[in-house]
Design a protein around this ligand. Structure first.
Ligand SMILES: O=C(O)[C@H](O)[C@@H](O)[C@H](O)[C@H](O)CO
Ligand SMILES: [Zn+2]
Length: 290
C-alpha cells in the first residue's frame, strides 16, 4: 500500500492530526511553523491560524473553538480571530520543555505530553487536562511524548515515548482516566526509525507513524505482530488519523525538518499531508468536553 499526497503543505514539523466529524474538517499543527491548519475537503482549501508559540497539538472543543498545547501550556484558540486564552501551564519552571503530541480520550479529557526541545533529557511528562480544567501529571521521565490511542472497549490506553521504540499499553479507567499496569505491546525493529504518532482502527489495530522510517505500519497489539504497511514518500512520518465521512481515509502528517538538500529533492512533498483508503475504517477523533 502506498499513500499519495493530499495537501502540499510543506510543514516544517507537521503533527497532531485530528478529524472533526461535526464540520468534516481536518486539523493539524506545524509545531515549528507555530501554526494550526484546517483543511476543508469540500472546497480543497486550508485556513492557517498563527499561534505565535511552538504548538504540539490541536483538538476541537465540543462547545466550539479549539484547544491547543504549546510551549507554554494549554490554551483555548479562536480560529477566526487567532485569540488564545491560557487555561493552565503545568511546567512554568521548565523553559527548555515544550508540549508535543496530544489527543482527547473517549471521555473528552485532553491528554498531552511534554519533551525537552533538544530531545536530550528525559524531562518530559504526560498530563491530562480534565473538562473542569484541572491538570494531572500522569507519567514523568519521558523523553519525546508522542502517540496516544484508546481501545474500542475503552479499557486500554496505548502510548509512545519515541526513543524507547516501543508502544506500551495501560489498563485505563474511562470514568476517572486512571492508568495502571504498564506493559510493552509493540517494538519497532532496528533501522526503521522511531515510533511517533498513532491511531487505532475499528478492529483495534494500531497504525503507528515511523519518524525516519518512510511509513506507517499497522500492528496487532495483542500479538505484537506487524500486519500491514503504508509506504509514504517522505522520510519523517509524524502521525496519522482517520477521517472522511465514513472514517475510511487515513490522513498522514510529515515533516521537512532534519532532511538534507538531497532528501528534500528526492521527496519534494515532505511536510505534506498524505492519504490512503486502507480498506479498514478508523475510530473518530474525540473532542474536548471543557
Ligand atoms: O514529531 C514529533 O513528535 C516531534 O515533535 C519530533 O520532534 C520528532 O518526534 C523528533 O524530532 C524525533 O527525533
Ligand atoms: Zn509526534
Amino acid at each position: 500500500m502506498k499513500a499519495t499526497l493530499r495537501i502540499d503543505a510543506k510543514s516544517l514539523l507537521g503533527e497532531g492530526p485530528c478529524w472533526d466529524g461535526k464540520s468534516q474538517r481536518f486539523y493539524w499543527v506545524d509545531i515549528l511553523g507555530k501554526t494550526v491548519h484546517c483543511f476543508q475537503p469540500e472546497t480543497e482549501t486550508t485556513e492557517v491560524t498563527e499561534v505565535g508559540d511552538l504548538v504540539g497539538a490541536v483538538v476541537v472543543r465540543e462547545q466550539g473553538g479549539l484547544l491547543v498545547a504549546t510551549q507554554t501550556g494549554f490554551y483555548t484558540l479562536d480560529e477566526a480571530t487567532g485569540e488564545a486564552e491560557l487555561i493552565s501551564n503545568p511546567e512554568p519552571e521548565l523553559a527548555d520543555n515544550r508540549f508535543n503530541d496530544g489527543k482527547c480520550d473517549p471521555a473528552g479529557r485532553f491528554w498531552a505530553g511534554t519533551m525537552d526541545i533538544d530531545e536530550q533529557k528525559p524531562s518530559g511528562s504526560l498530563y491530562v487536562l480534565h473538562p473542569d480544567r484541572t491538570v494531572e501529571q500522569k507519567l514523568s521521565d519521558i523523553t519525546i511524548s508522542n502517540g496516544l490511542a484508546w481501545s474500542s472497549d475503552r479499557k486500554t490506553m496505548y502510548y509512545i515515548d519515541s526513543p524507547t521504540k516501543q508502544v506500551v499499553a495501560f489498563d485505563y479507567e474511562l470514568a476517572t482516566g486512571e492508568i495502571t499496569n504498564k506493559r510493552v505491546v509493540v517494538t519497532i525493529p532496528e533501522g526503521e526509525g522511531i515510533p511517533d504518532g498513532m491511531t487505532i482502527d475499528q478492529d483495534d489495530m494500531l497504525w503507528v507513524a515511523q519518524w525516519g522510517g518512510y511509513k506507517v505500519s499497522r500492528w496487532n497489539p495483542r500479538t505484537g505482530e506487524r500486519i500491514g504497511e503504508v509506504a509514504v514518500p517522505a522520510k519523517q512520518v509524524t502521525s496519522c488519523c482517520f477521517g472522511g465521512e465514513q472514517l475510511d481515509e487515513l490522513f498522514i502528517t510529515t515533516a521537512r525538518r532534519g532532511l538534507s538538500e538531497e532528501e528534500l529533492q528526492r521527496f519534494p512533498h515532505s511536510g505534506g499531508v498524505f492519504h490512503i483508503k486502507p480498506g479498514v475504517k478508523g475510530t473518530p477523533s474525540y473532542s474536548f468536553k471543557g
